[in-house]
Design a protein around this ligand. Structure first.
Ligand SMILES: *Cc1c(COP(=O)(O)O)cnc(C)c1O
Length: 389
């Protein structure tokens, strides 16, 4: 493990030797991890207050005070997405999903599992949804009741045009559900400007908590109409909300330590300066990474204007000396864990810029990348001509 002074300072801050350059779970602060060193009774007054505080603050981050409510659910982000779709969609409803990556696909799969009617408006992973087709579909298919969209599609790191999507969906009088998992807290999403009925996210992305709890921020007036919609007791957010609003307690065993860590993570998020500060830090990380990789000859999948400052997809170098497994292992052995790609459009890999990371961490990672390329004897980091297309 590296013992450079910078790495030592950073290890003291995070309590790790490793940096996760991944989209979550991600690198958390030591203080977030330390918040888990206590056992809580789920009926403990302080624990009830902690939950209420988190719920209120999440609504505040979305600008939804008064009209929206946070409903948390045990599990990873997908549990929150499944719970949100299952609770908001009436059994005779019809969902239109905007798909340009794995998380849009996953919402289609969820709808199929639940036995709800759903159609996809799909495009390639390096393109944003076709807004004219969205207009046409909503005009022509009156059966569509809800539209689901992903804010930052983590598959590629693309930023979808959520404001434009929301305007079209609102104009056609349909309900919008946003999977904002990898964007919430870092990319502005204010429900006073972006009309939607629900935003789903989780503890272990841009709010920098540990994994184990998902949540939806739901318009109260919409949620009140959802009694009996859910296909699953455990994933019924209407029932979950009624219990939490009633006596402040979860219906079933809450992930107490995860929530204590999340409470601390949200406090650190506020101290840093909220969404603008987190956006600025991640944007600087992203810029540093992209510029450094381009200097080494790598090419990004996305043009800069579609790139969210969350995770960056790079084309695999065409150079036959480049071996991704060896590249990954070399970086991991020096404390930098990256993320393989799973795109259909081109062979790629991904590097995340979220979590407790600062510019100097990305610079240190870039130095290790330059070192491994030297060891491999890779001189050509650009993609094969056909992959660049
Ligand atoms: C992380 C993520 C999810 C949830 O994934 P889990 O593995 O269940 O946490 C959903 N949507 C997007 C866009 C994500 O980035």
């Amino acid at each position: 493990m590296t013992t450079a002074p910078h790495a030592r300072t950073r290890a003291a801050h995070t309590g790790n030797d490793e940096f996760l350059l991944t989209p979550g779970p991600l690198t958390t602060s030591l203080t977030v991890k330390q918040a888990m060193l206590r056992d809580w009774g789920s009926r403990d007054k302080q624990f009830i207050a902690l939950n209420a505080r988190i719920r209120d603050k999440l609504v505040g981050i979305a600008g939804g005070e008064g009209d929206y409510v946070t409903v948390p659910v045990q599990g990873s982000g997908t549990f929150a997405v499944e719970a949100t779709l299952g609770t908001l969609l009436p059994r005779d409803g019809k969902l239109l999903v905007l798909v340009n990556g794995a998380y849009g696909e996953r919402m289609m799969k969820i709808a199929k599992y639940m036995g709800r009617s759903a159609i996809a408006l799909s495009c390639a992973e390096d393109r944003t949804p076709d807004l004219a087709s969205l207009e046409t579909l909503l005009s022509e298919d009156k059966a569509i009741t809800h539209v689901a969209a992903v804010h930052c599609e983590t598959t590629s790191g693309i930023l979808n045009p959520i404001a434009e999507i929301a305007d079209i969906v609102a104009k056609h009088g349909r309900s919008l559900i946003i999977d904002a998992m990898s964007a919430f807290g870092a990319i502005p999403l204010d429900v006073r400007e972006i009309t939607c009925d629900a935003i789903a996210a989780s503890s272990n992305k841009c709010l920098e908590g540990v994994p184990g709890v998902g949540y939806a921020i739901i318009r109260r007036a919409a949620l009140e109409k959802c009694e009996g919609n859910a296909h699953s007791l455990a994933l019924d957010l209407y029932d979950q909300c009624r219990a939490l609003d009633g006596n402040g307690q979860w219906r079933f065993t809450p992930p107490t330590h995860v929530l204590a860590a999340f409470d601390q993570a949200v406090a650190e998020f506020e101290k840093e300066g909220g969404v603008p500060a987190r956006n600025a830090r991640y944007s600087e990380n992203c810029r540093t990474l992209v510029e450094g990789m381009r200097d080494l000859g790598f090419e990004t999948l996305l043009p800069d204007d579609l790139q969210a400052p969350i995770i960056v997809t790079f084309h695999m170098p065409a150079d036959p000396k480049f071996d991704f497994t060896a590249f990954y292992d070399f970086l991991a052995a020096r404390g930098y864990v990256i993320y393989p790609g799973k795109l259909t459009v081109a062979p790629t890999f991904r590097i995340g810029c979220i979590g407790q990371l600062v510019k100097a961490d990305l610079e240190a990672a870039l130095a290790v990348i330059a070192e491994v390329l030297g060891e491999m004897g890779v001189t050509q980091c650009g993609p094969a001509a056909n992959a660049a297309e």
